[in-house]
Design a protein around this ligand. Structure first.
Ligand SMILES: NC(=O)c1ccc[n+]([C@@H]2O[C@H](COP(=O)([O-])OP(=O)(O)OC[C@H]3O[C@@H](n4cnc5c(N)ncnc54)[C@H](O)[C@@H]3O)[C@@H](O)[C@H]2O)c1
Ligand SMILES: O=C(O)C[C@H](O)C(=O)O
Length: 393
């Protein structure tokens, strides 16, 4: 079996000419650890950092369709670029070490995202045992993060980022909104600890119902909106991309698509901005197929609940949470769908809603206001109204 070789970008063309498979891996990215492990087994070349791609040839005055499409949908359809230098967190704290929290800890340790990962869970022994279990992987994986775990909330102390997954998950027959009362209490407890022990942390809320719990976290911490983000759009967008890829018979990497709005029945997938191989959806899919993909994204969480019966999705939500952390620490750039308190953007005020936004070390940097179709805009307004009603605003 060939020995894997990590090569620099100057050697890429040479590797290609010799028929080797070349993977672009990004330093500090979650892909890196996993890809390296696989590469070790099969012997493929890994290239650290973005590849230098030749610029498309310019034609006299004529512009290719691909360029026109990119120009119409600036930044958003282009894959987010990963700069070479990502900031490693000093401490990542996870309140809730169940299905989602445990998976986030695992991914974060493998991707070397933080020096320390602290897990906190009310279930006796759960967080401590998961932390120990993760530390036991380091002899195999070489993971450098030190994991600690326990029941005491003061383990959040000094965290740069706190992800809150504590609370109940729904079961078949329930909506996410059924969890409002029981999970709001957990959010308030978490908020109290974060406010006193980690007042500068960026908080990512995952607990459902997502939009309402993000509002609760904002209220209970008193933090500015920049500091409190809700994770749902990265998950729902991944589900939307998966559905589109399956319908069109392409790989998800060929699909750019995202969802906005609430993390519930009023989710607003945005087909008008979606692209398959850089082209609009209707080049590949019928109107009925596109609508089926929209519905698949909206019902994706419920589909997992119906199959699992004892809880909800854990793996994709963990990856989706890592995607937000990667934006915060500069490992990814460009707009990302995230739930934030709106102050007039999209004509909506005083409600947390999923929108495209730029993130950075201080959390929210800026909400990006995209031009949407009338139908998509109505779906966004409808989502805002539904949340207002549920929260009695
Ligand atoms: N936003 C999203 O896209 C998304 C995706 C998946 C799951 N979720 C939500 O995330 C939450 C967690 O899901 P899960 O699958 O990890 O559930 P889980 O039951 O596996 O884990 C939840 C953990 O929270 C702990 N917990 C409960 N109250 C606590 C408290 N006061 N302090 C500390 N820990 C406490 C429990 O002991 C449990 O271990 C649920 O509300 C679920 O609906 C949201
Ligand atoms: O569906 C759920 O209850 C969990 C989560 O919100 C999801 O979308 O997977």
């Amino acid at each position: 079996m060939a020995t894997p070789r990590v090569i620099g970008s100057d050697a890429v063309e040479d590797a290609r000419r010799r028929g080797r498979i070349v993977f672009e891996v990004l330093p500090g990215d979650i892909v890196t650890a996993l890809a390296r492990e696989t590469a070790e087994r099969v012997g493929i070349a890994l290239v650290d950092g973005p590849l230098e791609r030749p610029k498309p040839p310019r034609t006299d005055g004529a512009v290719s369709m691909r360029r026109v499409l990119y120009r119409r949908s600036p930044k958003w359809v282009a894959p987010s670029r990963a700069p070479r230098k990502a900031r490693k967190l000093g401490k990542l704290a996870l309140i809730g070490a169940g299905g989602v929290g445990g998976n986030i800890a695992h991914l974060a340790a493998m991707a070397d995202i933080a020096d320390e990962i602290a897990l906190i869970d009310i279930t006796p022994g759960l967080a401590a045992s998961t932390a120990l279990d993760l530390n036991h992987t380091s002899g195999i994986t070489g993971a450098r993060a030190r994991c600690v775990g326990g029941e005491a909330m003061d383990l959040v102390a000094g965290a740069d980022v706190v992800v809150v997954t504590a609370g109940r998950a729904r079961r078949p027959g329930m909506t996410r909104a059924d969890l409002i009362d029981v999970n709001a209490r957990v959010i308030r407890q978490s908020a109290e600890a974060i406010r006193s022990a980690a007042p500068n942390a960026i908080v990512i809320v995952v607990t459902n119902p997502l939009d309402e719990m993000t509002v609760e976290m904002l209220r209970a911490t008193g933090f500015p909106r920049e500091q409190v983000l809700g994770m749902a759009g990265t998950l729902d967008s991944s589900r939307f991309r998966n559905a589109l890829a399956m319908a069109a018979g392409v790989t998800p990497a060929d699909v750019e698509a995202f969802t906005l709005g609430s993390h519930g029945d009023e989710m607003a997938p945005i087909p008008s901005r979606a692209r398959i191989k850089g082209r609009p959806l209707d080049v590949f899919l019928s109107r009925e197929q596109i609508e089926a993909c929209v519905q698949d994204a909206i019902t994706g969480g419920g589909q997992v609940v119906a199959l699992r019966k004892s809880g909800s999705a854990t793996i994709a939500p963990a990856h989706a949470s890592i995607e937000l952390i990667d934006h915060i620490r500069g490992a990814r750039t460009g707009p990302v769908p995230v739930s934030v308190m709106l102050h007039g953007e999209y004509g909506i005020d005083g409600v947390v809603l999923g929108v495209p936004a730029h993130l950075g070390a201080g959390g929210l940097v800026e909400v990006e206001e995209l031009r949407l179709t009338a139908k998509e805009n109505a779906a966004l307004q409808n989502a805002a109204e539904a949340i207002r009603v549920r929260l009695g605003l």
